[in-house]
Design a protein around this ligand. Structure first.
Ligand code: ADP
Length: 476
């Protein structure tokens, strides 16, 4: 099949979260299965430095944005895994310090920035060879593409993947003019949702197939509790909705060959893990010792369960001498809270506010347990990495966390991590206590680690599931 991916992130060129990791891995996995795959992204600041083979092409796309005629130069390159890449250059939109906004909020012109990108994607698909038959779109930043394709009656099939339903690209009605779609599209069967332009909703209705990143999340988002007000739209369209769990990029996340680690290790030879714990504690200027170490790498938002962490960390972890390290950035409230916590417990708590790829790997390797008590979690990648790195995750039983972690059973010694069902401090507290109990039994801990490390979350298996969705789209 000929497939063009369009997205706003792809690691290592542009990444704020799991979306970037998926774009780095899934196109490559499909290519390895014999498909012709390319990816198109905005040409953000810094991409040129990260991709030395990137070259300007002779292709300029001339696009209408409301009443303006704007052109965009297309740049071309090839990823390390051999996937053909296109970047859309329009510096006034993409040459900025961040992808979506700064600490003070989203960029005010995000509607224009991404509607422009969507128009460029559709035009590009008409010029490249071989001509794509499938457009695989990701999250609201590409949500207008199905509407454009339908309005122009192009013979392209659109697949839309929801990575996080909470971010919808909802803009005031006046931004509809930026779409240049016929007026009837601003209606309930089109791109309008309660009087606003909603790019996520537009994609759910007008794409040929919808996927999301775990089977449990596919069910959850059809309920009012998780549907972010789009549950009705999803229920109406459940016949074209599939949940496919993300995989792990086993080249990037391999404790035996990870240049960010202090020592390599494997499921059969765990010795190096202790050295990574030492290096991790050292990097946070924390004393080494035998006390259990809990790690987190995360965007600092309430979605990731930081309210529960805040309610439990002192009584469940710090008061019993355990240690905690955190890498993340986001909500200034949580940034300040954890920075102060590190000051209060200088020998037990290490906090780094920021984005640091290498430290993320070291936390996965050097921690004893990984905390991920998300309120909701479409898939989650960090728990998959922690399983692979022998660091049992402690998770809320939701979405992709429910689908990827098997609860530890102390009678049989089976399972890969610790789950709690009700989203409340008591649930997390109990899960932490169960983890601490296993920590005190080295043999049980070794078995638990081994079970996690030998799980398979291959992208090849996910790619095979996506092929079925593409086939269904081609038949529709
Ligand atoms: P989400 O996409 O909701 O943020 P995921 O668990 O799916 O959560 O993916 C997060 C990805 O981003 C992982 O690869 C994780 O290691 C990475 N990540 C998150 N925060 C940071 C950070 N501060 N520094 C480095 N990597 C980070």
């Amino acid at each position: 099949m000929n497939i063009l991916f369009a997205a706003s992130e792809m690691s290592p060129y542009a990444k704020t979260g799991g979306l970037g990791d998926v774009l780095a891995a899934l196109p490559a996995a499909l290519r390895a299965r014999g498909h012709s795959v390319s990816v198109v992204l905005p040409l953000y600041r810094g991409v040129r430095e990260k991709l030395p083979n990137l070259k300007p092409s002779s292709l300029f796309l001339n696009l209408t944005l409301n009443r303006e005629q704007l052109s965009a130069r297309v740049w071309e390159g090839v990823s390390e895994s051999g996937v053909h890449l296109f970047f859309i250059e329009r510096d006034e939109f993409y040459d900025r310090s961040h992808l979506y906004g700064t600490q003070t909020g989203d960029y005010a012109d995000n509607a224009a920035r991404f509607i422009f990108f969507n128009k460029a994607v559709v035009e590009l698909a008409r010029y490249i060879q071989p001509t794509p038959e499938i457009l695989h779109l990701h999250d609201w930043q590409t949500g207008l593409v199905p509407a454009i394709v339908r309005s122009k009656q192009y013979a392209l099939k659109t697949i839309f993947t929801i990575h996080n339903l909470a971010f919808q690209g909802s803009f005031w009605a006046f931004d509809f003019d930026l779409t240049n779609l016929p007026g009837e599209y601003f209606s309930p069967p089109g791109v309008e949702f309660f009087g606003r332009l909603n790019l996520m909703k537009a994609a759910l209705l007008l794409s040929h197939q919808i996927t999301t990143v775990s089977p449990s999340y596919a069910q959850e988002i059809q309920t009012p509790a998780y549907g972010c007000s789009l549950d009705g739209v999803l229920r109406q369209n459940h016949h074209k909705l599939t949940g496919i769990l993300n995989g792990v990029d086993c080249d990037l996340w391999d404790p035996q060959h990870d240049h960010f680690l202090a020592a390599p290790y494997s499921a059969e030879q765990l010795k190096g893990k202790a050295e990574n714990k030492k290096a991790l504690l050292n990097s946070f200027h924390l004393p080494s010792g035998n006390s259990p170490l809990f790690g987190m790498v995360s965007r600092l938002t309430t979605q990731k369960g930081f309210d529960l962490i805040q309610q439990t960390i002192e009584d469940s972890l710090l008061n019993i001498g355990a240690k905690f390290v955190l890498l993340g950035s986001g909500d200034p409230y949580f940034e300040a809270y954890f920075t102060n916590l590190a000051k209060k417990y200088p020998k037990q708590v290490g906090v780094k506010i920021g984005f640091d790829e290498g430290l993320a790997h070291l936390i996965e390797a050097g921690s004893d347990f990984f905390l991920m008590p998300s309120q909701f979690e479409p898939c989650g990648l960090n728990q998959l990495y922690s399983l692979r790195y022998g660091t049992p995750p402690i998770v809320h039983n939701t979405g992709g966390l429910a689908d990827s972690v098997e609860d530890y059973n102390e009678d049989t010694g089976t399972g890969t991590g610790f789950k709690f069902s009700w989203y409340e401090a008591g649930g997390l507290r109990q899960a932490i206590q169960r983890a601490l109990k296993v920590y005190a039994q080295p043999k049980a801990l070794a078995t638990l680690r081994h079970s996690g490390m030998t799980q398979s979350f291959s992208w090849d298996a996910s790619a095979a599931e996506y092929e079925k969705v593409y086939t269904a789209a081609l038949k529709s």
